[in-house]
Design a binder for this molecule. Structure first.
Ligand SMILES: Cc1c2[nH]c(c1CCC(=O)O)Cc1[nH]c(c(CCC(=O)O)c1C)Cc1[nH]c(c(CCC(=O)O)c1C)Cc1[nH]c(c(C)c1CCC(=O)O)C2
Length: 344
C-alpha cells in the first residue's frame, strides 16, 4: 500500500480498472463515533477544527490508520463555502444554521461572491498538510456540496423535512432560482479547482438531499446546473456524484457526467449499476445502520453486496450514507476487513 509507483486501487476502481480487491472508504469516517475525534472536539469547535490545517490532517489520517480504508476524505464541510457569502454560518448542537436565509430575488442579489483562494485558503492549507501526513499511503478525496443541496441550506436556513421555501422559489421565481444556482456553480468550481491545484486525488460532489425532487423538477431546475458543474471541473481527477433517496433520479443524474455514481442502500446495487450504465463506476451501498448488527451479520451483508456486482471492475465499497455517531468502531473495522477478504 505504500508503493506510490503504481496507482492505488481506489483510483483504479474510479476508472473501472481491475483491482486485487474491492477498495473501500466510508463517508464520515472521521467523526464522533471515534474516541480520538471526540477528544479533539472537546478542545476545539467544529469550525475552528476545520480552520486548523494540522488538526485537519490528524483527524483525516487517524481513521485511515485505525480502519485500513483505501482512501482518506479531507475533514471539512460542504457548508464552508457559504460562510464567505455573508449569510451567517453557525454549527449549533442541533446541526448547521444559516442565520440570514435567502428567500427572494433581492436576497440572492445581495449575496457576496466568495473568492475561495482568499476566504477558504485554510482548506487548501489543510489539503497540503493532509497530503504530507498521508505520505502517499492512500489517495485523498476532496469534496463540495452540489448546488441544489447548498441552495436548500441557504434558503431553508438549515436542515429541512419538506423543502417548502426551496421548492417555492423555483415555482414562483425560476429566474431568481437559476441565478442562485449559477452563482453556486461558479463559486463551487473555483473552490474545487483550487482543491485540485492543492493536491486532492479525487472529488466527491455531495447532493445529499436531492432525492426530495420529482424527476421533472430535477431535469428542469437542477440537471443543467449539474452538467455545467461537472464540465467545469479540471480534467484528470475522478469525480464521484453522490445523493440519497435517488432511486427515481439515477438515469437523470447519470447525464450530469461524473465518473462514479454513489448510491444509498434503498436500491439494489446491481440494479443501480445497470440503470446508470456499466460505463460508469459505482460506489455503495451498505445501510449505515447495518453496522449496529453483530460482526458476523455485517460480514454476511458485505458478501451479499459483493455478490451483486460479481467482481465487475469499477465498484468502490462504501456505506449508503455517513457513519452514525453511535456506531461501534470495532464493527466498522470488521466491515472493512470483510470487504478486503471477501473480494480478494
Ligand atoms: C449535508 C452535509 C453536511 N456536511 C456534509 C454533508 C454531505 C454528506 C451527508 O449527506 O452527510 C459533508 C461532510 N461533513 C463532514 C465531512 C468530513 C469528512 C468525512 O466524511 O469524514 C463531510 C464529507 C464533517 C462534519 N460535519 C459536521 C460534523 C459534526 C460536527 C461535530 O463534530 O459536532 C462533521 C464531523 C456538521 C454538519 N455538517 C452538515 C450537517 C448536516 C452537519 C450536522 C450533522 C451532524 O452533526 O452529523 C452539512
Amino acid at each position: 500500500m505504500t508503493d506510490t509507483s503504481t496507482e492505488h486501487p481506489f483510483l483504479t476502481a474510479c476508472r473501472r480498472g481491475k483491482t486485487p480487491y474491492t477498495p473501500v472508504w466510508l463517508m464520515r469516517q472521521a467523526g464522533r463515533y471515534m474516541q480520538h475525534y471526540r477528544d479533539v472536539r472537546a478542545k476545539v469547535s467544529f469550525l475552528d477544527l476545520c480552520k486548523t490545517p494540522d488538526l485537519v490532517a490528524e483527524v483525516t489520517v487517524t481513521p485511515v490508520e485505525r480502519l485500513n480504508v483505501d482512501a482518506a476524505i479531507l475533514f471539512a464541510d460542504i457548508l464552508l463555502l457559504l460562510e464567505p457569502m455573508g449569510v451567517g454560518l453557525e454549527y449549533a448542537t442541533g446541526g448547521p444554521v444559516i442565520q440570514r436565509p435567502v428567500r427572494t430575488g433581492g436576497d440572492i442579489d445581495a449575496l457576496r461572491d466568495p473568492v475561495p483562494e482568499e476566504s477558504l485558503s485554510y482548506v487548501y492549507a489543510a489539503v497540503r498538510s493532509t497530503r504530507a501526513a498521508l505520505n502517499g499511503r492512500v489517495p485523498l478525496i476532496g469534496f463540495c456540496g452540489a448546488p441544489f443541496t447548498l441552495a436548500s441550506y441557504l434558503i431553508e436556513g438549515g436542515a429541512s423535512r419538506n423543502y417548502i421555501h426551496t421548492k417555492r422559489l423555483y415555482h414562483t421565481d425560476p429566474g431568481a432560482w437559476n441565478a442562485l444556482m449559477e452563482r453556486l456553480v461558479a463559486s463551487t468550481l473555483s473552490y474545487v479547482n483550487a482543491q485540485i491545484d492543492a493536491g486532492i486525488d479525487a472529488l466527491q460532489v455531495f447532493d445529499s438531499w436531492v432525492g426530495c425532487l420529482a424527476p421533472d423538477d430535477y431535469r428542469e431546475y437542477v440537471l443543467p446546473h449539474m452538467r455545467r458543474l461537472m464540465a467545469g471541473v479540471t480534467p484528470g481527477v475522478p469525480v464521484i456524484h453522490f445523493g440519497t433517496g435517488t432511486c427515481g433520479l439515477l438515469e437523470l443524474m447519470r447525464e450530469a457526467g461524473s465518473d462514479v455514481m454513489g448510491v444509498d442502500w434503498r436500491v439494489d446495487l446491481d440494479e443501480a449499476w445497470s440503470r446508470v450504465g456499466h460505463d460508469m463506476a459505482i460506489q455503495g451501498n451498505l445501510d449505515p445502520v447495518a453496522l449496529f448488527a453483530p460482526p458476523a451479520e455485517i460480514r454476511r451483508r458485505v458478501g451479499d453486496i459483493l455478490r451483486r456486482v460479481q467482481g465487475r471492475p469499477g465498484h468502490i465499497f462504501n456505506l449508503g450514507h455517513g457513519i452514525l455517531p453511535e456506531t461501534p468502531v470495532d464493527h466498522v473495522r470488521a466491515m472493512v476487513d470483510a470487504v478486503h477478504e471477501l473480494s480478494a
